[in-house]
Write a protein that binds this ligand. Structure first.
Ligand code: ATP
Ligand code: MG
Length: 186
């Protein structure tokens, strides 16, 4: 049986942004905070594919060009219900250039035969997940409502392999695009 890879495309974050986010963590009951290595902004979840398909995905991602753009952290939110949250996140704005890049990736993935993404794209950086009861989530959201960071420049995106584990997923960067070691071959 062919080995399957669980893949997703995401932005890595600059060290100062990760440090800022790590500094916010704490004070929420039941939160499983993300580690420095886990922080990212997902552009396209792909899921389980075989190695041949992973090669196609890599080729398709290599062909994507985009103009660098700036974003910053902005605000915080949650997925799920305030009494039963699934996840706490930090917002990133402006949304338009992120959505535009995500759409380019989406188009490339559909072109090589992956099923279209049905969910609306909501740019966010996951800060914490919840498996059981939670508390003080409202306080965290109120405290970080005005979250803001200096802008940073997005020049590259990364294909990650996700290794699911009970202790939390491990995200392994496989390749970054555009490839720094190659000039545009078009
Ligand atoms: P776990 O599933 O064990 O909670 P995880 O969600 O961090 O761990 P993955 O499921 O491999 O790990 O997800 C990798 C990334 O893709 C995460 O940022 C996750 O939020 C995102 N993601 C996962 N599934 C989807 C999906 N169906 N649609 C959009 N994004 C997704
Ligand atoms: Mg998941």
């Amino acid at each position: 049986v062919d080995a399957m890879l669980r893949l997703f495309v995401a932005l890595q974050l600059p060290p100062e942004v990760r440090a800022r986010l790590i500094g916010l963590m704490g004070g929420v009951n039941g939160a499983r905070w993300q580690t420095d290595d886990q922080l990212h902004l997902t552009l396209r979840f792909i899921g389980e594919v075989d190695e041949a398909r992973a090669e196609d995905i890599d080729s398709a991602l290599r062909a994507i060009a985009f103009a660098p753009f700036q974003v910053s952290l902005q605000g915080a939110g949650l997925f799920g219900d305030i009494r039963k949250p699934r996840m706490l996140w930090a917002g990133v704005s402006p949304e338009a250039p992120l959505a535009h890049l995500a759409q380019k990736i989406e188009t490339a993935m559909v072109r090589i035969g992956l099923p279209a993404e049905q969910r609306k794209f909501t740019p966010h950086v996951t800060l914490a997940r919840f498996k059981g009861p939670s508390g003080r989530v409202d306080r965290f959201l109120a405290a970080n409502d005005q979250l803001w960071s200096a802008p940073w420049t997005v020049e590259r995106f990364t294909l990650f392999r996700s290794h699911l584990a009970h202790s939390g997923a491990i995200y392994e960067p496989l390749a970054t695009y555009p490839d720094e070691d190659h000039d545009d071959e078009s």
